[in-house]
Design a protein. Structure first.
Length: 378
């Protein structure tokens, strides 16, 4: 909770700074209103913009469209219990199978439409492709020693006069269309320097929760919670965004909250999620934007349980090991084309790593996350 308080304090400072600036500009607000309506991505090349990973960071003018494509890739490896790194051998003392590494590729397609100068509608759909390598415990009573590749030769070191047993690699993958998000974004305040808006939306249960693999016996078994594509719950999405822009820089904060409104057919629902972004962006030569971001994410454990999964077998099958508190940092860039042929197009990139991860139970650490994006406004 202390980290949440720190995030709230940081955003409160941003808000206070914005409020002071807005008071100073109050007398000029009306005559500058038309200028403000073109802030951010609305073809105003003189404004810095938010990092590409901050979704729904701007409002569009009436009749304006934006379509976008984002590609995000994330790598996870090495186990952690709470804040402490642990070995696979240690985890295999308690579980039959533990994750060793995981990768996820996400393709996000989005569209935004300015219904009015103050109301923008947004829809996003994701296609997810993910892979996980897990380690399976060897025979009972034998020490689990993992090496790559998994093999035993005459040169393998002995342990107490016996050949150590090797943990077996288990490969699994899943892919498909994830849950679709629909939002309405409404401008709550605007001036020459300050802009804020709220967003309310719904997550539609499109993604699958029946992703399975074939085990060593040839039977189909349900994969753990992280390998499922969706939640099959209807979710409430709420966001508040505030930005302070002056000259060639922007200071901003965004609060996101997501909660499931129902339980899925497998008798569970994901935990609530709170995410706070804070960022500063700088604009160079009206085309190149550079951003730095710090974010905090607080994820609750799941409620209920999928009876097809045995939490004693693996931590990825345990609803009480889904929660986490994560700090991460990122640096990014965005280039907006100004020549007549490519006007309206922009390309963006962001690289992110965790600063600190505190897990409920045993989970994989995130090593890095990379995002590429294309946006077109018309």
């Amino acid at each position: 909770m202390n980290r949440i308080a720190h995030c709230l304090l940081l955003s409160a400072i941003v808000y206070s700074t914005c409020s002071i600036a807005s008071e100073q500009q109050h007398d000029n607000m009306n005559m500058d209103m038309d200028m403000d309506m073109n802030m951010d991505m609305n073809m105003d090349m003189s404004q810095a913009v938010a990092p590409i990973s901050v979704m729904g960071s701007h409002i569009h003018k009436k009749g304006h469209w934006m379509v976008s494509y984002r590609y995000m890739t994330m790598d996870m490896q090495d186990l952690q219990l709470g804040k402490d790194p642990i070995s696979s051998d240690y985890a295999l003392e308690s579980y039959m199978m533990v994750p060793d590494e995981m990768s996820m590729d996400m393709h996000m397609f989005g569209a935004m439409y300015g219904y009015s100068d103050d109301l923008t509608l947004m829809v996003t759909a994701n296609f997810i492709d993910q892979e996980m390598t897990s380690l399976m415990r060897p025979m009972m009573g034998m020490m689990a020693t993992y090496q790559k590749p998994v093999s035993i030769t005459a040169n393998t070191p002995m342990y107490d006069g016996m050949m150590p047993a090797m943990a077996t690699e288990v490969e699994m993958s899943s892919d498909g269309l994830a849950d679709v998000h629909i939002r309405a974004m409404y401008r709550t305040y605007t001036s020459t320097k300050v802009d804020s808006h709220i967003s309310l939306g719904v997550g539609l249960p499109v993604g699958d929760i029946d992703q399975s693999r074939t085990n060593m016996m040839g039977d189909k078994v349900i994969m753990g919670y992280p390998m499922q594509i969706g939640s099959e719950t209807t979710d409430l999405l709420a966001t508040y965004t505030i930005k302070f822009s002056e000259n060639s820089y922007q200071l901003g904060a965004q609060f996101n909250y997501q909660t499931a409104l129902d339980e899925n057919d497998a008798n569970y629902e994901p935990g609530d999620q709170l995410q706070v972004h804070s960022w500063v962006s700088f604009l160079f030569d009206n085309n190149l934007n550079v951003s730095m971001r710090i974010s905090f994410t607080d994820i609750d454990n799941y409620s209920g349980r999928d009876d097809r999964l045995n939490p004693m077998m693996s931590p990825v099958a345990d609803v009480n090991m889904r929660g986490a508190k994560i700090w991460d940092w990122a640096i990014g860039t965005s280039y907006r084309f100004s020549n007549p042929t490519l006007m309206g197009n922009s390309l963006s990139f962001e690289y992110s790593e965790p600063l600190e991860e505190d897990f409920d139970g045993v989970q994989l650490q995130t090593s890095k996350q990379i995002t590429f994006a294309w946006q077109y406004m018309f």
